[in-house]
Every structure is written in structure tokens, then in C-alpha cells.
Ligand binder design. Structure first.
Ligand code: MN
Ligand code: MN
Length: 463
């Protein structure tokens, strides 16, 4: 055997998808048209649930009914408080043999309005915000923002808010200093380039028409317009959840159009691919459970996040209905914690360890553990589970790679994995490599998105 032959036999290198499957470039392109549409229609967790339910209904899913009897192939879904959704296809195997779970999150970093947001200062009206999730604050200034959310009026009427998305609608923004006057600001540390209380949204600059005896006529003008649009008053901000998100649409990026740039790809890229795989599941051996969760970006807390028991309760109910012991169901279940990982960035190599990073164009990334420092707060998937998942992907010809979230001690982070593991389920992280993660405009490779979908499909189809 020559050295080259031995090298090929013993060594391992992750292939480049475009080289291994050149025909997938076109397939990925087509697949990502639906993905871009999902990103544009779902800019908040609520909107993602709404869109997911539309897609699920169209694919034959029906609302889960306690006490109903379900047969193999039946498709059901359950919405949690309008912010999270579980979809499931009943398998041919008994439930006690376990579920094939796939959990992604549909909340993304953003600027939330404070409960009492509107004020007037020096002839302008502005909104105070409290950022949600891990953002680099300076990235959110001087870009167009759209207003999304829900508000309840005094009489109980629910109004959905979406302003700044359609052509012709106004957008909003956070201001920043001009370079000429930024001498002092430039000497701040980057993390404080813009401070939390400087993330104020400009909403107006002209006073209400009849400003006689009115103390804050510019603020009044803003209130008048909000009332005209949504019927709301200043008090109704206290009964609202309003999120300011980038106003731009998902776009192809690059001369070769090989990438997608968009807001909220963490983690709607896994939500969309998981949903697509779920909807295609036909008579799977194991019952599938696709979870689109909320609140991952702030630690999975709250009753719509995965630190809550709502998924556990769903599994318990499902088990009761089929006469299975839910503890046995969970113990035999496998879950993909589907979330993005940090793609190696050639401009910033220092924070990565090149041998253990994921790369744009090499497929979905299987992340054995996340966490910070000594794997703190991580779910560290077992070798047994890694072997199972790798086999499923290899058998289906899926391009996958491994990656750590950056070099040791360079930082770190977590996903929903540890909360799923807390239910005594075998779980490992799998998702799409992302550049500029958590920025208003995140970047992903279309081929990676496509192969993540192929991985999820193989996972549900595996016998
Ligand atoms: Mn994420
Ligand atoms: Mn994130």
C-alpha cells in the first residue's frame, strides 16, 4: 500500500459539498427559496408559530386532542401560548420504543420595547428599548428597523402589529454619532460603543397639528399615528409585546449566490429545516416530535422555553393515551438539539481552533458539547449517541462536520440540549454553521442549509 492509499484509508477530512455533490447547488438553491420566505414572514416567535401552523395545516396536521386515539402516520400539532409549537407524526413502532425528537428555537436577538417606551426629547419622539438576547449593541444603530408584536386594547381587542416590512411603510432606527463628533465615543470599548440606554428608536419629529396647550406635541403626534394604525393608547403599551427587528428581507449573498444573508437565521434556519423534514415524514418507525421553542436566547426560561415542562407534559399525555410509561418513552428517545454553530471566519481566525471548527460549505455541524471554560453548562453527548447519529447521516449520504463553539476559553455558549437531557433523553447538537451570528444580518451557506434538512429527514426516516 502506498502512503497515499494508507492516508486515504486511515485519515479523515470532511468533504466540500459543492465538490462531492455539484448537483446539490441547484437543489439547495430551490430549497432555500422556501426558507427565505419563512424568514421574511416570521420575524418574531409568534409570527414563526403562525406560519408554521399554516404550513402544518396545509400538510395535513390537526390540533392535538387529549383522549383521541392516533394511528401510525397521523399528524398532529400543539401550540404553546402562541410562541412555541410541537408537531408530531405518529410512528409504526410502539411509543415505548422512544421518540425521535428535534428541537429548534424561533426566538432571535432583538430590541424589545420597554413597558413604558414613548417619550419626547428636544423635538423628537423616541421609544426606549431593552435588548433581548446576546447582541453586540453597536451593530443595531443606523439600520432600518421594523416594529412587530401584539397589543391588547382597553376593551380586550387584540391587535397584531407589523410596520416597516411592506413597501411604502415607514421604518425606524437607532441613531449613532457622526465620525466628526465621535472622538470620545471612539475611545469607548467596542462592547460599550453604544450603551443599553442609547438604543433608543426614533419614531417622529413633527408636533401634533393642534399643539396649543399641549406639553409634548411631538409625542402626541406619535400617539395619534399609533392610534390611527392600531387603535392603541399610551396605556396599551403596558399590555403589549413589541419587538424591533431589522426591516430588511432575506437576500442571496455573493457573486455565486451561494449564501443567504438575513436576520434571525439563528435559529429559524433549524426551525425551517426541521419543519420541512417533519412534514415529509411518512409512516416513520419512531414517532417524531418537532419542537419549535421560544426563549432559547435568554436561557430557555419562561413557560414557552425548554426549561419549562411543557414538552414533558406533552410526552406524558401522549404516553398515557397509548398506554405507555412516559419514563420509558423518554429514556428510549433521541433528540437533536438543532441550533446553529459559529462558522470559521477567515477574517477573525484567532478565536477559532481551525481543526475543530465548522466551515461554510461543508454541511451541517454536529456539536458534541457546547458550554464555556471546562464545558460548563454543557450537554456533552456520549460516544454511543455520536455513533448512532453519524451512522444515520453517513447512510443517507449527508455531508456533516464537527465543530466546537470557538477555541478553548475564547468564550462559549449553550443551547436547549441540557434541558432536553434533563428529561433523561439522549441529545446532541446539530445545526448550520453561521457567520456574524446574532448580528442583524447573519450569513449561512445554502448547501449547509440543504444538508441540515437532509440530516433531519434521514433522522426521522431511520429505522
Ligand atoms: Mn441558537
Ligand atoms: Mn443564539
Amino acid at each position: 500500500m502506498t502512503g497515499k492509499e494508507l492516508q486515504e484509508k486511515l485519515g479523515w477530512k470532511f468533504p466540500v459539498i459543492a465538490e462531492k455533490y455539484p448537483e446539490h447547488i441547484g437543489e439547495a438553491d430551490r430549497f432555500c427559496e422556501g426558507y427565505k420566505e419563512f424568514l421574511n414572514t416570521g420575524k418574531t416567535e409568534r409570527e414563526c408559530v403562525k406560519r408554521a401552523v399554516e404550513l402544518l395545516e396545509a400538510a395535513g396536521y390537526r390540533p392535538f386532542e387529549k383522549g383521541a386515539s392516533y394511528a401510525a402516520g397521523d399528524k398532529i400539532y400543539a401550540v404553546n401560548r402562541g410562541k412555541a409549537v410541537i408537531a408530531s407524526t405518529i410512528g409504526t413502532e410502539p411509543l415505548a420504543r422512544g421518540l425521535r425528537m428535534n428541537g429548534a428555537h424561533i426566538d432571535s436577538p432583538r430590541l424589545d420595547l420597554k413597558p413604558n417606551p414613548l417619550y419626547e426629547k428636544d423635538g423628537m419622539s423616541l421609544l426606549k428599548t431593552h435588548y433581548y438576547g446576546g447582541i453586540r449593541k453597536y451593530q443595531w444603530a443606523a439600520i432600518p428597523l421594523a416594529m412587530h408584536g401584539v397589543v391588547y386594547l382597553e376593551d380586550g381587542t387584540r391587535r397584531e402589529i407589523s410596520l416597516g416590512e411592506k413597501a411604502g411603510e415607514p421604518v425606524f432606527c437607532v441613531t449613532d454619532l457622526l465620525p466628526h463628533l465621535a472622538g470620545e465615543q471612539n475611545s469607548r470599548k467596542l462592547g460599550e460603543g453604544l450603551k443599553g440606554e442609547e438604543l433608543n428608536i426614533v419614531v417622529g419629529s413633527i408636533p401634533y397639528e393642534d399643539s396649543k396647550d399641549v406639553k409634548e406635541a411631538v409625542k402626541l403626534k406619535a400617539l395619534a399615528v399609533l392610534n390611527e394604525y392600531f387603535g392603541m393608547t399610551e396605556k396599551d403599551f403596558l399590555r403589549a409585546e413589541i419587538e424591533m427587528v431589522p426591516a430588511f428581507q432575506a437576500a442571496d449573498v455573493g457573486l455565486d449566490r451561494s449564501m443567504i444573508g438575513a436576520y434571525g437565521q439563528d435559529d429559524r434556519v433549524c426551525a425551517y429545516t426541521a419543519l420541512a423534514a417533519e412534514m415529509e415524514a411518512k409512516d416513520p418507525a419512531y414517532t417524531t416530535l418537532t419542537i419549535l421553542a421560544d426563549k432559547e436566547e435568554i436561557g430557555s426560561c419562561g413557560n414557552t422555553g425548554l426549561d419549562s415542562d411543557y414538552v414533558l407534559h406533552f410526552v406524558q399525555t401522549l404516553a398515557e393515551m397509548s398506554g405507555a410509561d412516559y419514563k420509558e418513552v423518554l429514556q428510549n428517545s433521541i433528540c437533536l438539539s438543532s441550533d446553529v454553530n459559529a462558522a470559521y471566519d477567515p477574517t477573525f481566525p484567532a478565536v477559532y481552533e481551525s481543526r475543530n471548527s465548522c466551515y461554510v460549505g461543508k454541511g451541517c455541524v454536529l456539536t458534541k458539547y457546547t458550554g464555556a471554560r471546562g464545558k460548563s453548562s454543557s450537554n456533552d453527548a456520549s460516544a454511543e449517541l455520536m455513533a448512532k447519529i453519524i451512522k444515520i447521516m453517513d447512510d443517507a449520504g449527508v455531508c456533516w462536520q464537527t465543530g466546537e463553539l470557538g477555541a478553548v476559553d475564547a468564550g462559549g455558549g449553550g443551547t436547549i440540549a441540557k434541558f432536553v437531557a434533563g428529561m433523561n433523553v439522549d441529545v446532541v447538537d446539530l445545526g448550520v454553521p453561521i457567520l456574524s451570528m446574532h448580528a442583524p444580518f447573519e450569513l449561512a451557506s445554502k448547501l449547509d442549509v440543504y444538508h441540515t434538512y437532509l440530516a433531519f429527514r434521514a433522522f426521522y426516516n431511520a429505522r
